[in-house]
Design a protein around this ligand. Structure first.
Ligand code: SF4
Ligand code: SF4
Length: 409
């Protein structure tokens, strides 16, 4: 493990940034695109119907997946299998009256605990899968997830009331006997509500499995769960507002600008960049998520989902572009940085030639998806993308054994 920290000296991998200010409020969206995959539309939610903030639009059948709510006054302009599109529109008196009638929830007085509370939170738009993990010890990952993402520090320092409310809910939700917060060791944090364990703040130390190892001293210990700080903040946000979750916190950044914003769910990436005064020029790469692990997109009309940690523009020439068909030269650089002690070159070659079952034997499931292999690859191979492709193929093989075996042959 030490090798990784010795080799990756790039200061951009530091995960503490000295950011202290509260988050700015993001733009008032003119259009939103909400993810509705797997959800059932509520009766009456059809094209051209009017919507208002916190109006329930769709429900998810899973007890741990949050329902979908409108974040703005607007009109439904399009619905497809994956998305609901809303355009902002001035409401009439009748719609304003409906919005005024949305009931505020007093969650701190609610008697529910455990699965019952999770069900209530789901009806308020919260994803609770990681919050109610069956474990003895639950770790809150308080590090910035990726280099360039900077919201964890101000969240820990200046949003403590929201985090306290989130912690209170987490204690009612989780069966864990002990909840601890993993925070950067350089951060002077005063938070009496939870035991704080200080860990290194140098990427990839923020990856969940490495945080667990840093806190417990063990790899994959039994009865230990981990949850992101972002989830705790979201819980606290719902408690403090009393309304469904329709916002998220993310970093919007480029080489010259970076800021943390509370933005409405479904906000379009193009609108966010415009709001942050960031131009996307020809040759630049638009990334949703962290710059190292996020997905590059070619359309500004894609949107922010609940789990989005950031939106970044990587300027042309900053990092040499990936080349999909560049052959692996077997230099071994990726092996040296892999914190999971895998052979990323081999995994990527197997994926490239559709030899996915071999990757199972190469323990592809141990890949932490940190992205370091692709970062150091001098052949500029999209190593992480190959690995994700192979993981997806293998997952599908498990679900559809007959069809997938044919495809892999
Ligand atoms: S993405 Fe996976 S294979 Fe690549 S360095 Fe990280 S853990 Fe290793
Ligand atoms: S760093 Fe790139 S070229 Fe070198 S072994 Fe890994 S995948 Fe192959």
């Amino acid at each position: 493990m030490k090798e990784v920290f010795q080799i990756i000296r790039d200061p951009r991998f530091q995960l503490l940034y000295g950011v202290r200010q509260r988050f700015s409020v993001g733009p008032e969206p003119r259009r939103v695109r909400l993810n509705r995959e797997g959800c059932t539309l509520v009766e009456g939610v059809v094209k051209k119907s009017m919507v208002y903030p916190y109006m329930l639009l769709a429900t998810h059948p899973s007890p741990v997946r949050g329902n979908v709510f409108a974040p703005i006054f607007g009109v439904v302009t399009e619905i497809n299998e994956r998305s609901i599109f809303l355009d902002a529109a001035e409401p009439g008196e009748d719609v304003r009256a409906l919005a005024a009638g949305v009931e505020k929830q007093d969650l701190l007085s609610a008697p529910q605990r455990g699965a019952e509370l999770a069900m209530l939170l789901k009806t308020l738009g919260v994803n609770t899968r990681s919050l109610g993990q069956d474990c003895e010890k639950l770790i809150i990952n308080g590090l910035n997830p990726d280099p360039g993402v900077t919201w964890a520090e101000p969240m820990l320092l200046t949003h403590q009331e929201t985090l306290r409310a989130g912690l209170e809910m987490l204690r009612r939700l989780s069966p864990a006997r002990e909840i601890v917060l993993a925070a950067p060791k350089e951060l002077r944090l005063r938070l009496n509500d939870v035991q704080v364990v200080h860990v290194a703040a140098h990427y990839p130390a923020s990856i969940d499995a490495l945080v667990v190892k840093a806190v417990t001293g063990e790899e994959n210990p039994a009865d230990v769960g981990i949850v992101g700080l972002h989830n705790v903040w979201s819980l606290g946000r719902v408690v403090r507002t009393g309304y469904p979750l329709v916002e998220t916190v993310l970093t919007i950044g480029s080489r010259d600008h970076s800021g943390n914003y509370i933005v409405r769910e479904g906000s379009l990436l193009g609108d966010l960049l415009h709001f942050a005064h960031i131009d996307l020029k020809p040759g630049d790469t638009l990334v949703r998520g962290g710059p190292l692990r996020g997905e590059s997109l070619d359309r500004l009309d894609r949107s922010v989902t609940r789990g989005t940690t950031g939106v970044f523009v990587v300027e042309a020439g900053t990092i040499p572009p990936m080349k999909g068909h560049s052959p692996c030269i077997n230099c071994g650089a990726c092996v040296l940085v892999c914190p999971a002690r895998l052979s990323p070159g081999m995994l990527s070659r197997n994926a490239e030639f559709a030899l996915h079952p071999r990757n199972r034997e190469e323990h592809i499931d141990s890949c932490l998806e940190c992205g370091l292999c692709g970062y150091v690859c001098i052949a500029r191979r999209p190593v992480l993308q190959y690995i994700r492709l192979s993981k997806n193929k293998l997952r599908k093989t498990l679900r559809e054994p007959f069809a997938a075996t044919q495809g892999d042959a």
